[in-house]
Design a protein around this ligand. Structure first.
Ligand code: NDP
Ligand SMILES: N[C@@H](CC=O)C(=O)O
Length: 369
C-alpha cells in the first residue's frame, strides 16, 4: 500500500531520537551500571491502560529493566500514569500505589499532563472493552502519542482508521503484543521479510491451544487443561477464543495486514474448534507418534482457516511445547522461515510491549506498517 510518510513529530523526532541513541551509545561510559559522560538520553514517558496481569507485568518489567535500557539503548522508559477500568494512579517507585486510585479523567488531558510519548494498551480483547479501547487509541494518536498495544479487538475492527490516524499524526502503532506476545512474528511480517514476497503464513500462534492439546493427549480432561492454562496466565479470562481458533485466526489476520496490507476487518475466517471430542483425536495422534496441533493458515489476503492437524513430533509445529508458539513464513525463493518460542504469558506480552515501546524511540516508523 503506497503511502506518503509524513515527517512530523514521530518520524522527525524518532530520526533525531535514533541519532541521539547512537550518540548515547558512542559517548556513554558505564560506571556501576550508570551511563555517564556526554550521553544524551531519550525520555519516554508512558501512560499505561490496563492493570491486569499484562499491565502489571509491564510495570514490573520497566521497573526492573529501565536502568539497563537507559545504559544500553540511551532510552529512559518510565510509566508515569496507569489507568484501569474506573480509576487511575501514578506509580510509586515503579509499582502500583497501595492506596486508593483517583477517578478516571479525560485521557487526552492525562497524556498532555504527563507529556506522554507512548500510550501502552493492555486491556481485555473483549467485545465489552472494544468501544473504549478503540476510542482511546484514537485519542492517543490525535495527541501525537505513539501506541503499543496487546489488545487485539480494536485492530480487527478499526485497522484502516487507526493506520490513517497514525499516519496523519506521524505516529507508530506497534502491535507485537497482539500478534503472539514475545514471538517476534509481527516484526518479521511488518518489516524484516519485506521484499521476500511472502506467499503464505501458517502456524500455532495461540499458546493455550497447543498447551491444552498436549494435556488432552496425556489423558487430562478439557476443563482441567483449560484451568491449568488459566492458572499459568496463558488463556484469556474467557478462553472461548483460545479454543474456537478465533484468537489464532486473529493473529494471522493481523500478520496478513502487516505482510500484505490485507483488509483485516473483512478477512474470512473458518475454524474447527477444540472440544471435548478433540481428546480422542489428540490421543490417537499421540499413539501414532504425532501431535495434534491447531494450525492457522493464511495463503491469501482474503481468508484464514484454523484446522486440527496431526503433525510429526519432529516438525516445527509438532515439536512445540505450549505455551511456546511458532509461525512459518513461506517466502518463495527464500524458502520457509520459521520463528518459534516467545511463550504466551503476561510476562511475554509485557516483553513485546516493552520492545515496541523502545522501538518508538529507536526505529522510526509511521502507521501500522
Ligand atoms: N496473557 C497473555 O499471555 C497475553 C495477553 N494478551 C492480551 O493482553 C491484554 C491484557 O490482558 P490481561 O492483563 O490478561 O487483561 P485483563 O482481562 O486482566 O484486564 C486488564 C485491565 O483492563 C481493565 N479493563 C477491563 N475492562 C475494561 C474496559 N471495558 N475498558 C477499559 N479497561 C478495562 C481492567 O481494569 P480493572 O482492574 O479496573 O477491572 C484491568 O486493569 C488482553 O487483550 C490479552 O488478549 C496478549 C498477549 C499475551
Ligand atoms: N490467550 C493467548 C494469549 C496471547 O495472545 C494465547 O494463548 O496465546
Amino acid at each position: 500500500m503506497p503511502r506518503a510518510r509524513r515527517a512530523v513529530r514521530g518520524a522527525a523526532g524518532a530520526g533525531a531520537s535514533a541519532r541521539a541513541a547512537g550518540l548515547a551509545r558512542r559517548c556513554g561510559r558505564r560506571r556501576a551500571g550508570r551511563v555517564v559522560g556526554c550521553a544524551r538520553v531519550i525520555d519516554v514517558p508512558v501512560v499505561l491502560a490496563g492493570a491486569g496481569p499484562v499491565g502489571r507485568a509491564y510495570l514490573d518489567l520497566v521497573a526492573a529493566r529501565s536502568r539497563r535500557w537507559r545504559a544500553r539503548y540511551g532510552v529512559n522508559v518510565r510509566v508515569s500514569a496507569v489507568r484501569g477500568r474506573r480509576g487511575q494512579a501514578v506509580p510509586e517507585g515503579g509499582s502500583l500505589p497501595h492506596g486508593s486510585w483517583s477517578p478516571l479523567t479525560d485521557l487526552a488531558a492525562v497524556l498532555r499532563e504527563h507529556r506522554a510519548r507512548v500510550f501502552v494498551q493492555a486491556v481485555p480483547s473483549s467485545a465489552e472493552a472494544l468501544p473504549r479501547a478503540a476510542a482511546e487509541l484514537h485519542t492517543a494518536l490525535e495527541q501525537g502519542v505513539h501506541v503499543a498495544t496487546a489488545t487485539k479487538t480494536p485492530l480487527l475492527t478499526a485497522w484502516h482508521d487507526l493506520d490513517r490516524a497514525a499516519t496523519d499524526a506521524g505516529c507508530a502503532v506497534r502491535i507485537s503484543g497482539a500478534t503472539g506476545a514475545a514471538l517476534p512474528a509481527g516484526d518479521l511480517a511488518r518489516s524484516v521479510l519485506r521484499g521476500f514476497d511472502v506467499e503464505a503464513v501458517e502456524g500455532c500462534p495461540n499458546g493455550t491451544a497447543t498447551f491444552v492439546l498436549d494435556r488432552l493427549a496425556d489423558g487430562i480432561e478439557l476443563p482441567e487443561a483449560i484451568a491449568a492454562a488459566q492458572r499459568l496466565g496463558i488463556a484469556e479470562a474467557d478462553p472461548t477464543a483460545d479454543l474456537s481458533g478465533d484468537d489464532a485466526a486473529t493473529k494471522l489476520r493481523l500478520l496478513a495486514g502487516l505482510l500484505w496490507a490485507a483488509d483485516v476487518p473483512s478477512m474470512r475466517v473458518s475454524a474447527s474448534p477444540i472440544t471435548e471430542a478433540t481428546a480422542e483425536e489428540a490421543r490417537s495422534a499421540a499413539a501414532r507418534g504425532r501431535r495434534l496441533r491447531h494450525v492457522a493458515v493464511a495463503d491469501s489476503p482474503e481468508s484464514v482457516r484454523v484446522d486440527l492437524r496431526a503433525e510429526a513430533a519432529t516438525s516445527p509445529l509438532g515439536g512445540l511445547e505450549g505455551p511456546d508458539k511458532a509461525v512459518t513464513f513461506h517466502c518463495g525463493d527464500a524458502g520457509a522461515i520459521t520463528v518459534r518460542g516467545g511463550r504466551s504469558s503476561p510476562h511475554g506480552a509485557a516483553l513485546a510491549l516493552a520492545k515496541d515501546t523502545l522501538a518508538t524511540a529507536l526505529d522510526p516508523a509511521v502507521g501500522l506498517r
